[in-house]
Design a protein around this ligand. Structure first.
Ligand code: FES
Length: 151
């Protein structure tokens, strides 16, 4: 766990935020501002929505910067995960406009020499060329006004 990682619990689930993985897709706060509000501290309010609503949004995080675990101290109460990730074993690639290429699935990524960089289920590859964590996106595309050439 990175020292900047944060955990937020509502007693049913604990949401983990790993800022190093965040590419600022805005999905969380544009879809569920009652819970995810970057203008507030703490920016995650676990009382702002139902557990299932929170799980639904967390599962839409493209890079797993947001994940959740069921709290272990709950006995007999089922927390329904309406959207399960990684049901499809094949890899999928989604190009984000003016942003990274999101790859999800079961895959291994190697460098130019064939050395394994990561075995992962969700990564974001930089397309702007400015990331300080190449080949991965670090969110820099948001600060440089990256506009891809669509001609
Ligand atoms: S695409 Fe995100 S840093 Fe380059």
């Amino acid at each position: 766990m990175d020292e900047n990682d944060r955990n937020y619990s509502n007693g049913e689930i604990t949401v983990r935020w790993q800022p190093a993985k965040c590419i600022h897709s805005t999905i969380c706060y544009s879809k569920l501002r009652k819970v995810f509000d970057p203008g507030k501290r703490p920016w995650v309010n676990m009382q702002g929505a139902s557990t299932n609503e929170i799980i639904d949004i967390v599962n839409q995080c493209p890079t797993d910067a947001l994940t959740f675990t069921k709290d272990k101290n709950i006995q007999g109460k089922e927390v329904k995960a309406e959207v399960e990730k990684n049901e499809d074993p094949s890899a999928k690639i989604q190009i984000i406009e003016n942003g990274p290429a999101l790859i999800s699935g079961n895959f291994i990524i190697t460098d130019i020499n064939g050395n394994k960089l990561a075995k992962a289920n969700n990564i974001a590859l930089c397309r702007c060329g400015k990331s300080s964590s190449m080949p991965f996106c670090d969110g820099t595309h948001n600060t440089i006004g990256f506009k891809e050439n669509r001609e």
